[in-house]
Design a protein around this ligand. Sequence first.
Ligand SMILES: Nc1nc2c(ncn2[C@@H]2O[C@H](COP(=O)(O)OP(=O)(O)OP(=O)(O)O)[C@@H](O)[C@H]2O)c(=O)[nH]1
Ligand SMILES: [Mg+2]
Ligand SMILES: [Zn+2]
Length: 302
Amino acid sequence: MPYQEPEYLPWDGRRVPITFVAGYLGAGKTTAINELLAVTDRPIAVLVNDVGEINIDAALIARRHGDTVELTDGCVCCSLIDGFGAAFDQLRARETPPDHVVVELSGVADPDRMTPWGNSAGFMLDGVVVVVAADQLLDGDQPPAVNEAIESQVAKADLIVLTKTDLIGDEQRALVDARLSELAGDTPIFVVGASDPAAGRFLALGGRRPDGVAATATPSLFDAHTVATLPFGPFESVVAADAALQQVLDESPGTVMRAKGIVATDDDRLHLVQVVGRRREITPLPMSEFAAPTPLTIISLA
Ligand SMILES: Nc1nc2c(ncn2[C@@H]2O[C@H](COP(=O)(O)OP(=O)(O)OP(=O)(O)O)[C@@H](O)[C@H]2O)c(=O)[nH]1
Ligand SMILES: [Mg+2]
Ligand SMILES: [Zn+2]
């Protein structure tokens, strides 16, 4: 049965602001949300949509924050609508509402498809934050569908969070700024990692732009991506894990845009595997005593 909106208003009619965090695969959405949670003690509920069977992000956020709802194996805007409705029902069933809801959308989600949820009983849309990786916006070596997806997301932002500026030089940065101003000239840009603390501007969007995006459906980007879940590890060492990762990536059909997982080594340590485009890293998993190894999720474009 399709999701049915409740007819009652929870919390005596009070509406909780909701922020959607969009941005292409690996742009830095979870990192930005964690930065935000690290500097606030307000009760914020986080909904995490991770494509693939395993929700790695929910583990990464829950580590420092108790109030996370996972939405896994599909994209909320394409195939997980009912799951998203159920998550909202779960929030509405709480006696005390959270102060704010932050929804990390899947990397392929179209924010336009989600903004109507801002009218759902008990909630109000605060805004759409689009996370953009500075090293990816102008990358001409990736499938053009990726550039198109990023540009389409940027056009729908109420606020842009620019990440990974540390990975590009000043010249490239100037080109990125120019492109962003072409794509979304009047949208405020917040650079993560600058001396400014992330919290305030991220959430205090205060209402949508009056000329905000129209609720027009666009073709599904989700369908263009294939998701694979592979067993991975344990390995003798990080070096061995990295070699195996290289092999998995080489053998994956299509262009691998994103891979992640938690892998074990023989010394009983856990490591976070992060692949974004051509960059890959395996780093010690902080607070790994609360986590378990996972298979590797690999998202590719044909
Ligand atoms: N150099 C650099 N790396 C970053 C920055 N922000 C995020 N990363 C790295 O980029 C990788 C992906 O970050 P995530 O925060 O997981 O990205 P995401 O958008 O949540 O990814 P998905 O949910 O899988 O789409 C991780 O290895 C991060 O450490 C940044 O500003 N600079
Ligand atoms: Mg994430
Ligand atoms: Zn979708």
